[in-house]
Design a protein around this ligand. Structure first.
Ligand code: PAF
Length: 282
C-alpha cells in the first residue's frame, strides 16, 4: 500500500489506473477506523480494480471546535488496517494540501440538508459537500462508499453529485454494530464505561419502534413514543428522533407517503455527553 500525501500524486495514480481501463473505488473517511470502515473497504475491494481510502479529518464540516480538536486521530493503526484489507492507496493529506485557500463554495443542497443534522449542525453538510466534491474531483472514482449510519449524509452527497454532475456510483453500505447493538462510530471511544453500558439501549428502543408501527401507530405517533422512550432512560438525551422519507429526508405523515424507498427513523442522542446517531428502516 502506498501512502499518498499530495493531491498531485493522487491524480497521477488514479489517472494511470483510469487510462488502463481500471475501475477505482474510493472510501472517504476521517480515520479512527473501525469494523464499520473495514466493511466499506472490503466492499470497495470486491467491486473495484483499485481501492483508494482517504483519511482526512475535514475541518470545514465541524461546527464545534472542541469536537474537531478532540476527534480521535490514529494514523498508524489506520494504516495497518488498510494494509491488511488490501488497499492500494491511502490518501492522507494535510489540511493545507486540501485547502490551500479557504473553500468559500456554498452548495445549494436544498431540503435534504435542511432537516435533522442540517438543522442541528449549521454548515456541517456544506463542509461535507466541500470535502467530498474535492475528493471526487481529485480521484474521479468509479464508485464511492459511505456507511448508512450517516443516512442523511448519503442523501446530501447524492444531491451534491447531481449539482456537480459527477459521473460515479454512490454505494451505501449497511451499519455495522457491536454484539449488543451499538452502531460502530469513531466517537464510541469517548464513551465512559457507564455510558457504554447505556448506549445499546438506543438500538433496543429503535427496534421496539417497529412493533409500534406493526400495531398501527402512525409515523408521528411512533416518533413521539420513541423519542419519549429514549428520554426515559437515565443517561440518554434525545436531540431528535424523526421519521422521514428515505430519499427526500422530509418527515412523513403516513407510512404510504414515503413510497417505494420507504421511511427511516433517524435518531441523535447524547449519551454521557457523547453525541451518537443511529437509524432504523420501516
Ligand atoms: O462520514 C465521514 O466520515 C465524513 O463525513 C466524510 C464523508 C469522510 C467526509 O469528511
Amino acid at each position: 500500500m502506498e501512502i499518498i500525501r499530495t493531491v498531485k500524486r493522487l491524480g497521477e495514480v488514479t489517472d494511470t489506473a483510469r487510462d488502463a481501463g481500471k475501475s477505482i473505488g474510493l472510501v472517504p473517511t476521517m480515520g479512527a477506523l473501525h469494523a464499520g470502515h473495514r466493511s466499506l473497504v472490503e466492499r470497495a475491494r470486491a467491486d473495484n480494480d483499485i481501492v483508494v481510502v482517504s483519511v482526512f479529518v475535514n475541518p470545514t464540516q465541524f461546527n464545534n471546535p472542541d469536537d474537531l480538536r478532540t476527534y480521535p486521530r490514529t494514523e498508524e493503526a489506520d494504516c495497518r488496517m488498510l494494509e491488511d484489507c488490501g488497499v492500494d492507496y491511502a490518501f492522507i493529506p494535510s489540511v493545507d494540501e486540501i485547502y490551500p485557500e479557504t473553500d468559500t463554495r456554498v452548495f445549494d443542497l436544498g431540503p435534504v440538508a435542511e432537516v435533522m443534522e442540517g438543522a442541528m449542525r449549521p454548515g456541517h453538510f456544506n463542509g461535507v459537500a466541500q470535502i467530498v466534491s474535492k475528493l471526487f474531483a481529485m480521484a474521479r472514482p468509479t464508485r464511492a462508499y459511505f456507511g448508512e449510519k450517516d443516512f442523511q449524509q448519503i442523501a446530501v452527497i447524492r444531491r451534491m453529485v447531481e449539482i456537480e454532475g459527477f459521473d460515479l456510483e454512490i454505494v451505501p453500505c449497511p451499519i455495522v454494530r457491536e454484539a449488543d447493538g451499538l452502531a460502530l462510530s469513531s466517537r464510541n471511544v469517548r464513551l465512559s464505561p457507564e455510558a457504554r453500558q447505556i448506549a445499546p439501549k438506543i438500538r433496543e428502543i429503535l427496534l421496539s419502534s417497529l412493533d409500534l408501527k406493526a400495531h398501527g401507530a402512525s409515523p408521528l405517533e411512533v416518533a413521539a413514543a420513541t423519542e419519549a422512550a429514549i428520554n426515559d432512560v437515565e443517561g440518554l438525551d434525545a436531540e431528535y428522533f424523526q421519521i422521514v422519507d428515505a430519499k427526500t429526508m422530509q418527515p412523513v405523515n403516513s407510512w404510504a407517503e414515503a413510497g417505494e424507498h420507504g421511511s427511516v427513523g433517524c435518531a441523535t442522542v447524547y449519551c454521557g455527553g457523547v453525541r451518537l446517531i443511529d437509524n432504523i428502516r420501516y
